[in-house]
Design a protein around this ligand. Structure first.
Ligand code: G3P
Ligand code: CA
Length: 232
């Protein structure tokens, strides 16, 4: 079962920062999950479009220029990273990256960046999983770049969900831990879909999901999850 560091090692370090990602690498995560919005065509790594929860800024990211956003403190003196910086940080590691698209206008900047990343960073797009709760964005990406791996995110468990994800030609369904059950995992896997579950920080959930045979979990504490898995 893969351990995907949720917003980096965000239980101990400021979420969605390079520091949290570096720490997740050190803690032995298999992958990193980050959230991205597009501002002026640049993809930035932040969970909310409101700045107040995770930075010393106020208002919405859309009220500011990229230069202004880069001045903000995202915790412990960290800056809001760009997606490009995250790709650079991960390029010489073995980790894969889950990019969750949060804003409406993210598809074109992502495609442009991936094109650049391929040439300049030699970052293989097969190390990426692009997910979103907005399945229209995923469908648009699939059309533009069919080889991209997609993760269809759901906050609940509609009965036909796995069928829908399969129709989207998604690589995975990414489900909330509160809704997951054995029947869903079996059905999704029979359809050739990977199952990734968020956000899992309780030991009993971890062992339950391991029994279900899920492919990975999003954890805020990758080191602790690694220890729990190895002592199970
Ligand atoms: O991708 C899993 C999880 O991150 C989705 O919810 O709100 O934490 O972005 P959220
Ligand atoms: Ca997320």
């Amino acid at each position: 079962m893969q351990i995907i560091a949720h917003r980096g090692a965000s239980g101990e370090y400021p979420e969605n920062t390079l520091l949290a990602i570096e720490q997740a690498i050190t803690q032995g995560a298999d992958a990193i999950e980050i959230d991205v919005f597009a501002v002026q065509g640049e993809l930035i790594v932040i969970h909310d479009h409101h700045l107040a929860r995770t930075t010393n800024g106020t208002g919405s990211i859309y009220q500011y220029s990229i230069e202004q956003l880069m001045q903000l403190d995202a915790g412990r003196g960290e800056r809001i990273p760009t997606l490009r910086q995250v790709l650079q940080l991960l390029q010489n590691t073995r980790l894969w990256l889950n990019i969750e698209l949060k804003g409406e206008n993210t598809v074109a900047p992502l495609l442009a960046l991936l094109d650049k990343a391929k040439q300049e960073l030699q970052f293989d797009s097969q190390r990426l999983l692009i997910s979103s709760f907005n399945h229209h964005l995923l469908a648009a990406l699939k059309l533009a770049q069919p080889e991209l791996k997609l993760g269809a995110l759901t906050a609940s468990l509609p009965l036909d969900y796995a069928a829908f994800a399969q129709q989207l030609q998604a690589h995975s369904v990414n489900c909330d831990v509160s809704f997951i059950n054995q029947a869903f995992v079996d059905d999704a896997k029979a359809r050739g879909l990977k199952v990734y579950v968020y956000t899992v920080d309780q030991a009993d959930d971890l062992s339950r999901l391991q029994q279900y045979g899920v492919d990975g979990i999003f954890s805020n504490y990758p080191a602790r999850s690694r220890t729990l898995l190895s002592t199970d």
